[in-house]
Design a protein around this ligand. Structure first.
Ligand code: ADP
Ligand code: MG
Length: 392
């Protein structure tokens, strides 16, 4: 469904349900990760983009202390009161995202809101597909509820409120990337995030290119354990470099250069050294990528994306044969500038930098190669970096 159609549906369902127009409507998009893999918990850099799909959240204050949430995409309504706002353990768990956001807008004391609210929301991001529908819902709710209640948090603070909702209500220990990308996205631009300073910056890349997300059908077991062991290796390596580097001030891999890794990797186990070089290289690639984008060098930026995948494949070992096949197929297509796995890895999606005019040809070629190897077809969707969260 187009964004305009989603908006129309949300507003008309609100009127049908509550007998009046919503006082406020807000929109927030999902996101893709473009460069900078497993760098967030190493206090490094990430390039991401807001996508052209999102969630609309329509809301009016209630006359009393009731809170009513209507999820159009679920066909369900959740109702509670200010005094009873709490994480939902089973059943309508979708309500945790807007409810948790509301809870932390008031510092965990929702009764201080004074009055409840009634809301209707819906979107067009596929749920649970790695495009961050959950952050889109939180950020749309945050902007709309902030307007209704007159709070005055800035965008980064609202992003952190959404993150806190994920941690404490939805039970997902996520970083800040999803919410920040939704908040700071701009049309034709990437979002450059610095996860040490929590600074977020839109970096223009022009309207002539787009991304294609290629969703593999790979689902690999042991993902949680593999993720935890990667994270542990990064922490162990940071401790090693903190001990051996005389320059001081080393707390995370963010503080270690590739040259230092080459010189001092000998003190690490072979596996830990391999893991550590990935976020170190990714940080350097994001900074190089920013310089290339400022010169309009999209081919150069794409080359960094291929390097990123090679680093995942050989060093961090968070790729798999399905993702490798997609990237290898991409390399043979001239209208693809770069490709890499996106997100945690071990399955999921690849992100390709493409000439949008050739999108159909690219999708067909990738699908053909993938099908020949694995028997089924991946899902390809063209994504243009788009505007971030805003009030309508
Ligand atoms: P992702 O954020 O990658 O899409 P998550 O598992 O983090 O995946 O979040 C998906 C969950 O967010 C859904 O299962 C649902 O509970 C909630 N959600 C997101 N968007 C909506 C929506 N439009 N309507 C209802 N629930 C939603
Ligand atoms: Mg999510």
């Amino acid at each position: 469904m187009l964004n305009q159609e989603v908006y129309d549906k949300v507003v008309s369902e609100f009127a049908a349900k509550f007998g009046s127009k919503p006082q406020v409507v807000a929109y927030a998009p999902g996101r893709i990760e473009v460069l900078g893999n497993h760098t967030d918990y190493n206090e490094g850099y990430v390039f991401s983009a807001a996508i052209d799909k999102g969630t609309f959240f329509a809301v009016s204050p209630a006359d009393d202390d009731t809170v009513t949430l209507v999820a159009l995409d679920m066909g369900e309504t959740y109702a509670t009161t200010l005094g009873a706002v709490a994480p939902i353990k089973s059943g309508m768990t979708w309500a945790n995202y807007p409810l948790g956001t509301f809870n932390w807008l008031f510092g965990g004391k929702p009764a201080e809101a004074g009055k409840g609210f009634k809301a209707v929301f819906g979107g067009n991001i596929p749920l649970g597909a790695g495009l961050s529908s959950s952050a889109a819902l939180e950020m749309a709710a945050a902007l709309a509820l902030q307007k209704v209640y007159g709070t005055s948090f800035d965008r980064t603070e609202l992003a952190k409120i959404g993150q806190k909702a994920e941690h404490t209500f939805a039970g997902c220990p996520c970083g800040l990337l999803d919410q920040a990308s939704s908040m700071y996205g701009q049309s034709g631009a990437l979002v450059k995030s610095d996860f040490r300073t929590n600074e977020f910056e839109a970096v223009p890349m022009g309207d002539g290119v787009a991304f294609m997300m290629v969703k593999s059908n790979a689902k690999h077991a042991l993902v949680d354990g593999a993720y935890a062991s990667r994270r542990q290796a990064c922490e162990d390596a940071a401790k090693h470099f903190a001990a051996v580097l005389r320059k001081g001030g080393v707390t995370h891999l963010r503080d270690v250069t590739m040259a230092e890794w080459v010189l001092y990797r000998g003190g690490l186990s072979e596996t830990t050294a391999k893991r550590a070089v990935h976020p170190i290289g990714e940080d350097e690639r994001v900074l190089q990528g920013a310089a290339l984008l400022s010169k309009g060098d999209l081919k150069g930026f794409g080359a960094l994306m291929y390097d990123s995948h090679e680093s995942s494949r050989n060093w961090f070992e968070n790729s798999c044969e399905e993702l490798d096949a997609i990237v290898d197929a991409a390399k043979a297509i001239p209208e693809v500038y770069g490709a890499r796995l996106s997100g945690g890895g071990f399955g999921g999606s690849c992100c390709l930098l493409v000439d949008p005019a050739a999108a159909d040809k690219i999708a067909a070629a990738i699908a053909r190669e993938y099908k020949a190897k694995f028997g089924d077809e991946p899902t390809c969707s063209l994504i243009k970096p788009s505007e971030g969260a805003h009030l309508i």
